[in-house]
Design a protein around this ligand. Structure first.
Ligand code: ATP
Length: 277
């Protein structure tokens, strides 16, 4: 039986300094870090510990990044799996993986469990049929329900796992099985919004710090002129600009390299250079 295990990261090395443009969400998530750093304190003060948090928002806006930052800030291990890794034809495999994941995280608590694309394993019934025979459909439904039930069992029994935070991420809230959203499972939903111009500038600045950017480059103009670009796309822009600079033998990234990179990453009609007007 193939058995993908959670990717464990003893120290993600990611901090809130690496996350930009989603300050509200970060502010809300700080409490999780405080909890992970000292779970016993919540106990002593009789504060209800945080349970599960659902990160919701469009792709590429920092859900995985912020989840890693929570673990990184608290200095605790991070157990990451994708929802699709629990979807198996063989009955019982998905639920065994869930059990295994929570067991490992509890042994090494305090810790963070992160399931990306949680909608893949917790889709409401009508959302999963994508063709095939009735018996295939029934088998897939049954397996999905067994897996989801196991997740609900783990979440409901979280008291024994004090010190473990469960984070799920989705960009398809509408597909989630309502059972997962009942109180006591995900006790909080945090929206990770696409960045506006201010957010895009903050993100560009974070990533510009990781490459050699010429001081003359006007990042503000890119932030203002690239509406709809996500954090992932902006990170890619700076990587691409760095490659262009290397190719042209520049010592640092120039405005013209940035313009070139924007062109390369822009689908559709060729854009006029933003920086040089
Ligand atoms: P998906 O739903 O596709 O998994 P996601 O919301 O989890 O997307 P991430 O995987 O966190 O997005 O983002 C990919 C990369 O894009 C990050 O590793 C980071 O380099 C960059 N990035 C995205 N959002 C931000 C942000 N808010 N601040 C800084 N960098 C960001």
């Amino acid at each position: 039986q193939s058995k993908p295990q959670a990717r464990v990261d003893g120290s993600t090395g990611v901090s809130f300094n690496d996350v930009a443009g989603i300050e509200e969400a970060v502010e809300e998530l700080q409490e999780l870090v405080r909890y992970l750093k000292n779970p016993d304190l919540f106990d002593k003060l009789n504060i209800k510990p945080p349970h599960g948090v659902l990160l919701e928002g469009p792709p590429g806006c920092g859900k995985t990044l912020v989840a890693k930052a929570i673990a990184g800030e608290a200095g605790v291990p991070f157990y990451q799996m994708a929802g699709s890794e629990f979807v198996e034809v063989l009955v019982g495999v998905g639920s065994a993986r869930i059990r295994d994941l929570f067991k490992r995280a509890k042994v090494n608590k305090p810790s963070v469990i992160f399931i990306d694309e949680i909608d893949a394993l917790a889709t409401r019934r009508e959302g999963i049929f994508s063709g095939g025979t009735t018996s295939q459909y029934n088998a897939a439904t049954q397996e999905r329900e067994t897996t989801l039930n196991q997740l609900l069992i783990e979440l409901d029994g979280f008291d024994t796992g004090k010190g473990v935070i469960f984070l799920g991420a989705t960009n398809r809230m509408d597909l989630l099985d309502p059972a997962l959203l009942r109180p006591g499972r995900f006790d909080r939903k945090v929206r990770i919004r696409p960045p506006g111009a201010k957010g895009r500038l903050a993100i560009l600045k974070v990533h510009a710090g990781k490459v050699k950017m010429n001081a003359s480059v006007d990042l503000t103009s890119y932030a203002q002129n690239l509406p709809g670009w996500t954090g992932a796309k902006l990170a890619q822009l700076l990587q691409e600009a760095a490659l262009v600079a290397v190719r042209k033998g520049h010592q640092s990234i120039l405005q013209s390299d940035m313009d070139d990179a924007v062109d390369r990453l822009t689908v559709g009609p060729k854009r006029v250079g933003i920086g040089l007007g």
